[in-house]
Each structure stands twice: as structure tokens, then as C-alpha cells.
Ligand binder design. Sequence first.
Ligand SMILES: [Zn+2]
Length: 241
Amino acid sequence: MNFLMRVGWSRDESSKKRDSLENSWESTESKSSMRVQVQNPEHRIFSAATLKTLESLSKLPGIGPKSAERIIQFLLMNKDSVGRELIESLEGMVEKVGPCQICFHFTEEPICSICLDERRNPRLLCVVEFARDISVIEKTGSFRGRYHVLNGRLAPLNRVGPDQLTLEALNSRIEEGIIEEVILATSPTLEGDGTALFISNMLLGKGIRVTKLARGLASGSSLDLANPQMLADALEGRRLI
Ligand SMILES: [Zn+2]
């Protein structure tokens, strides 16, 4: 099993190329000696500690095996500065940061600063898929309500159903009777639209104005790819569902 397969990396083009290379090597007369090299090349090249770090880094979104190797190289060359600083900051974050008890945004306190901010409009709630979407909307400077983080979107094919999202908590917030408008800021994708539809049906008959971001965001993308002005316009032009 090669390194890409060992770390669970998807069969992208590079892995296909590697597989075809292995197959071509196997067809040669000296394939037995070649296969020893190909089976676990990382064992010859990397120490156990390096290999473990490579595997961990490769689990991160957007980091492929090549990027993981570049990061390892950089960290080992800058151990005492960047390396140790990264260990400390990661350790602190993992230990201290968790979900807000109200909105599920990341926070070091039980309740996040946005939920505690009394200058924000408690009657206006923006529902987002991920906590990272909050920073994108905050950059527009045009939203002064509060948020609710779903922690994902409905994706039946990936077995993400309503129970995996924070919908029960959202329902409880609505039941408190303070919220008057829910803005569904899900991603402009099939799954995002499906999630918005599910929530709008869930809120039917509760006397809540349910709106959705105006179209204009690139279909199939995510909120963090939209520029602040485009997102501000989508918020401003939100429409009733
Ligand atoms: Zn909060």
C-alpha cells in the first residue's frame, strides 16, 4: 500500500499516475525488487515521528501529501521559532476553544462574544453552515443580528441528516419567542438549498419571517469564496422563502 492510500488520500490524478507507474514496474522482469521499493517508500525516507506528522497533516482540508511534506520541511528547519509556537497555539486552541452554548460559534467562554453583545439585534438571526461563515459575513459590516451555526448541511448521500446538525437547538431558540426573522445563509449549492428548504419547512407556522440570501453568489460555491460587497448585496436583497 503506498503512502497516498495509507493516509486515506482520495484517488486523485497523482495516485492514479503512481498506480499506473507501479503496474508498469510490475510488468518488468525485475518487478520483485522494484516492488519492495514501491510498497513502503515512506518507511525508507521518513522517520517514524515524521511519518506520523505527515499522516496527521494529510488529514487537514486542502493539504495534500506534497503540501504536507513542504510543511514538515519548513517546521523542521524552523523548529525553535515556528515549530514550537505552532505546538503551543494548537495545544491552547484544542484545550480552550469549544462551541458557544447558544449559537455553536467557536469560543473560549461558555457563551461567545456575539451572543453576549447587547448592541446586536436579538430579533434577527442568521443561520450559517459553518462557524467560518460568520467571519465572512462580519467582514461585510452590514449585519448586526446574531448567528446560529448548523455545523454542516444536509447531505443524504454522505449520511448527514437533520440529527447531525444543530436544528434542535435552533428550534429551541425560536421557541423562546424573541427572534422575528431568520436569514438562511446556506451555501448556494444543491445541499445548501436543500438545507434551507428543510429549515423553512421546520419554521412554518411559527410566525417567523424566513428569508434567504439573494442570488448573485456563484452557484455551487461557498460563502467564504464570496467577496464582502457581493455578500453585503446578497444580505441586503434577501427574499422571503
Ligand atoms: Zn454564540
